[in-house]
Ligand binder design. Structure first.
Ligand code: NAD
Length: 483
């Protein structure tokens, strides 16, 4: 590290470019703040367009001249599995980095680290064991498909599942032979630097995996998306940011994958197993303090069971007591930053003005918003139509299946939905009618990494996961043979 802030005793997290951990070219740094105590805990290199340029140069050179795209699936998979081993060995360090950066309970952060290792293992094996099409033709020719690495991939990530969502992008990109520049969110920079240190330790060649820190607009983020040497942009974040990045990418004809915001509908039918429905409804809106793109933030409950469901749901929400996320017993922490707290607090404070009632919840200490359940809001209230991204759920009763489907689909978003019913026919019938990239029936958050992941409407463009990731991170090529 060549530019360490000398006056600080906090740990320093640099960019990692060409297998060197370095400070910014202009020496600038920023602080990462632990939202529980609201204390800065780390110093981080603050990049500019010049640092982004250096990272793309390293990735471009590694792709054009280095061994990574040429070494074959088996050897790449060996290195990627070695990285997964190191991630598992450093679980506590990585989990604590995310917890300190954004206030996620440490037990949930450890779960995310395990999933991150699994992302690498899954995509390494998936690419290595992949098959491609062979098409015998009537003319006597045959055509076969090759999936060539696309080149330099830029991955831009949000702060809510830092390491887990970064690895969801980086793992398939690397497994298919690309080189990568990752820009983590400015609120959660540190686990990405640790990941890059581990990639060096695992033996990754120079320039294959680079991390550059900084902000989005007029900073590292925009510089990376504007760079014409980049072959793919994969972005997860807000729908508004996705539109900006999509426009820039279109200007360069750079293919882009956008995983964006959500306003998930959670439908509980009268025939649901209520214990199960309450359990998952709590997880769906209060896990990670509701800072989940897949949150079940609009809850629709059949009128026949509404009172009984609400009694149990409110009791379960009240049982979640906010605690320091760095402690083992914490299941509910603060919001990730002051800026985000102010946004969620604005929604909380306007519930009653909009005609709603707070059944439980409200503001807590510091940056905590307690698990909050709101009833009685008109369907056009901002709380019902906009992504709040916090622990606040709006609940409405419904009378018929058709009404429930209509309410669920009445949103510009379409990332996910949940259906609770013991009726098999209804489960399939309703799942087919929901405009959502993922439908969970009687569960939530369970993922098969082979399945498509993405959203309808404002929730995104494209899908990642399994073969969908292959199709995005490669250039498929048809070879036609005369025989
Ligand atoms: P955000 O859009 O503010 O920022 C995401 C990333 O984009 C950050 O790294 C940021 O620095 C960068 N960025 C911002 N403006 C940019 C620009 N003009 N050019 C390039 N980069 C830019 O999102 P956030 O607040 O970090 O994350 C929360 C959002 O992410 C929510 O809307 C949530 O629903 C969504 N999300 C979606 C998924 C999914 O899989 N669909 C998963 C998690 C989060």
């Amino acid at each position: 590290v060549d530019t360490v802030p000398t006056e600080s005793t906090r740990p320093f997290f640099g960019h990692v470019i060409g297998n060197q951990e370095i400070g910014s070219i202009d020496g600038a740094t920023f602080e990462s703040v632990d939202p529980w105590g609201r204390e800065p805990w780390a110093d981080v290199a603050l990049g500019t367009a010049a640092d982004a340029d250096a990272a793309v140069t390293a990735a471009r050179t590694a792709f054009d001249e280095g061994p990574w795209p040429r070494m074959g699936f088996h050897e790449r998979a060996r290195l990627i599995h070695r990285l997964a081993d190191l991630i598992e060995e450093h679980t506590d360090e990585l989990a604590m980095a995310d917890t300190r950066d954004m206030g996620k309970p440490i037990t949930q952060a450890r779960h995310d680290v395990a999933r991150s290792a699994q992302n690498f293992r899954f995509f390494a094996d998936h690419a290595r064991l992949s098959v491609a099409e062979t098409l015998p033709m009537d003319t006597g020719h045959h055509t076969y498909t090759r999936y060539e690495a696309a080149g330099v991939v830029v991955a831009i990530a949000p702060w809510n599942f830092p390491l887990m969502l970064e690895t969801w992008k980086v793992a398939p990109a690397l497994a298919w032979g690309n080189t990568v520049v990752l820009k983590p969110a400015e609120d959660t920079p540190t686990s990405a630097t640790i990941l890059a240190r581990l990639a060096i330790e695992a033996g990754f060649p120079e320039g294959v995996f680079n991390v550059v820190h900084g902000y989005g607009p007029d900073s590292v983020g925009s510089a990376l998306t504007e760079d014409t040497r980049v072959d793919r942009i994969t972005f997860t974040g807000e729908s508004g940011t996705g539109k900006v990045i999509g426009k820039v990418a279109a200007g360069n004809l750079t293919p882009v994958s956008l995983e964006l915001g959500g306003k998930g509908a959670n439908i509980v039918f009268a025939d649901a197993d209520l214990d199960n429905a309450v359990h998952w409804s709590v997880q769906a809106i209060f896990r990670n303090a509701g800072q989940v793109c897949l949150a079940g933030s609009r809850l629709f409950v059949a009128r026949e069971i509404y009172d009984e469901f609400m009694e149990r749901f409110v009791a379960a929400a009240q049982a979640l007591v906010p605690a320091d996320p760095k402690t083992e017993e914490s299941a509910f922490g603060p919001l990730a930053s002051q800026e985000h707290y102010d946004k969620v607090r604005g929604y909380l404070d306007s519930v009653e003005d909009e005609g709603g009632t707070i059944a439980t919840g409200g503001a807590g200490e510091g940056l905590v918003i307690r698990p909050t359940i709101v009833t009685g809001l008109p369907l056009d209230a901002p709380h019902v139509t906009q992504e709040i991204f916090g622990p606040l759920v709006v609940v409405h009763p419904f009378d018929t299946e058709a009404e429930a489907v209509h309410l669920a689909n009445d949103t510009p978003y379409g990332l996910n939905a949940m259906v609770f019913t013991e009726n098999l026919h209804r489960a399939h019938r309703v799942s087919a009618q929901l405009d959502a990239g993922t439908v969970w029936v009687n569960c939530f958050f369970i993922r098969d990494l082979r399945a498509p992941f993405g959203g309808f409407g404002d929730s995104g463009v494209g899908r990642e996961g399994g073969l969908f990731s292959r199709d995005f991170f490669t250039e498929p090529k048809a070879v036609v043979m005369q025989i």
